[in-house]
Design a protein around this ligand. Structure first.
Ligand SMILES: Nc1ncnc2c1ncn2[C@@H]1O[C@H](COP(=O)(O)OP(=O)(O)OP(=O)(O)O)[C@@H](O)[C@H]1O
Ligand SMILES: [Mg+2]
Length: 471
């Protein structure tokens, strides 16, 4: 007895004879398979384009076109798509020809339903394994069960509620948050909570892959698409079919690829590199970024249309320092976990350690806390973690991220976008020019050289900012 997966794709059944088609359909459906029917090659091609069958079962003789056409179109769409052909009794030549063209197997008519079901089952299992093998490496580490999200903070609870709400839909979710806040964890939780939980979760880090490789990683390539492309390779969009695609660090996507991603998101279709026909996929996208995408749009580094497409359902994860009560909660959770992993008896947190943890700014957020606790668990020999085990004190100077944040908090954001931008640019210009003048010891010619502007342009700017009066 085989357990059907709700995510199993349908079987495309191509047969012109109504009675036989009905009989086969009935046999397949009785085993829990979904069936899509076609009576000739044109109908089969339309069905192939419209959806993605898991197996194709086709008669070789058809009133319009033939089974070889169906076979070729299937292989073009996806070389791993199993095709089983049905041949008239005695036409073994045809069966051999079909196998040569890539058919998985053949059935001689009259078709024995038992035999057919076994063949279909085997084809489905093979296909599942092919996809899963590719995903296994990436998934194994992550698939130790649905992720646990620790936190009692009211803000984080709101995020959780939003996550649950988004999970039941197919809407694109944009997770925003500083580094280490848990964006990937939330993305995995979203997938686990969604109706696609049985499908694959495929992650790609857009910042970690060189621009030249990113397109083939995302969309795959055909054999011979470029030098070194010795075999067809499916992209992440394809691997995520019927599951969730996690586009991590989407803010770092180069402009050239932004247009292609936008099309893939809008049309659920894309081209493999070197491919001739677009591929249709059923993928739910979750994107994450630690950049402020809105600001990147304003600076024209990011396409506005893509930003809108991605942020259908935006979720912002608050930084750890904004939820101080969660710091101790998470610390205790990590202590328990690492003690278990390291086979240590449970450790407790001394009040001094709690104070130190709460006083610290955690620029690296939960990831930094996790690393810090892991270190402490290893270093602690007694039963209690003290402040000194945490080695945090030397880091309590403001971090670059905090300094940055405080600079930005001083920028006057009132008025229209144009006004606020003009003010900010003018402030940077004025300070840069004043600095150059100082570095040049008041020599305007040298200051102009440092700034790489003409002497005349510098004089105009000095006047504009009233700096000519001080030199
Ligand atoms: N609320 C939480 N409960 C339990 N573990 C958490 C929580 N938030 C984050 N973590 C853990 O902290 C680590 C960092 O989280 P994650 O990788 O999801 O962050 P991120 O936002 O994707 O970071 P980056 O921007 O650096 O990629 C992970 O090991 C994750 O499991
Ligand atoms: Mg991440």
């Amino acid at each position: 007895m085989t357990v059907r997966r709700s995510s199993d794709p349908p079987i495309l059944l191509v047969e012109d004879k109504d009675s036989l088609r009905a009989m086969l359909r009935h046999a397949l459906e009785a085993q829990g398979h979904a069936v899509v029917e076609a009576r000739d090659e044109p109908e089969a091609l339309a069905a192939l384009r419209g959806g993605r069958p898991g197996v194709v079962l086709s008669d070789l003789r058809l009133p319009e076109g033939d089974g070889f056409g169906v076979l070729r179109a299937s292989k073009e769409l996806d070389p791993d798509l199993p095709v089983i052909v049905m041949t008239a009794f005695g036409s073994i030549q045809d069966a051999v020809a079909a196998m040569k063209e890539g058919a998985l197997d053949f059935l001689a008519k009259p078709v024995d339903p038992e035999h057919l079901l076994l063949m279909v089952e085997r084809a489905l299992v093979q296909r599942r394994m092919a996809t899963e093998n590719i995903l296994l490496k990436e998934e194994l580490a992550a698939r130790r069960g649905a992720p646990v999200i620790v936190g009692e903070d009211a803000h984080l609870k709101q995020v959780s509620v939003a996550l649950h709400r988004a999970a039941s839909t197919d809407a694109t979710v944009l997770l925003e948050g500083e580094s280490g806040t848990g964006k990937e964890l939330f993305a995995r939780a979203l997938h686990a909570l969604s109706p696609r939980a049985n499908g694959p979760f495929v992650a790609i880090n857009c910042a970690a892959i060189p621009e030249t490789l990113l397109e083939t990683e995302l969309f795959g390539h055909e054999k011979g698409a470029f030098t070194g492309a010795q075999a067809r390779k499916p992209g992440k969009f394809e691997l995520a079919h019927r599951g969730t695609l996690f586009l991590d660090e989407i803010g770092d996507l180069p402009l050239t690829l932004q247009a292609k991603i936008l099309r893939a998101l809008e049309e659920k279709r894309f081209d493999r590199v070197g491919g001739t026909a677009p591929i249709t996929v059923d993928v739910r996208v979750v994107a994450a970024t630690n950049r402020n995408l809105k600001a990147a749009v304003a600076a024209r580094q990011y396409r506005e249309d893509l930003y809108f497409r991605l942020s259908v359902f935006p979720i912002t994860i608050p930084p750890l320092r904004a939820r101080p009560d969660d710091i101790t909660l998470l610390a205790r959770y990590f202590i328990e976990r690492f003690c278990r992993d390291l086979n240590k008896k449970p450790l407790t947190l001394a009040p001094s350690a709690v104070d130190a943890l709460r006083a610290y700014g955690w620029p690296g957020n939960v990831r930094e806390l996790q690393n810090c606790i892991e270190r402490a668990v290893i270093l602690t020999e007694g039963g209690t973690i003290h402040g000194r085990h945490l080695s945090l004190s030397f880091k309590n100077t403001p971090t670059p991220a905090e300094e940055d944040a405080s600079h930005w908090s001083q920028v006057d954001l009132s008025g229209s976008l144009a006004e606020a931008t003009r003010r900010a640019v003018a402030e940077v210009e004025r300070r840069k020019i004043a600095q150059a003048l100082k570095d040049a010891g008041g020599d305007k010619g040298r200051a102009a050289d440092i700034l790489q502007v003409s002497y005349k342009a510098l004089l105009a700017k000095l006047k504009e900012y009233g700096l000519d009066l001080i030199s």
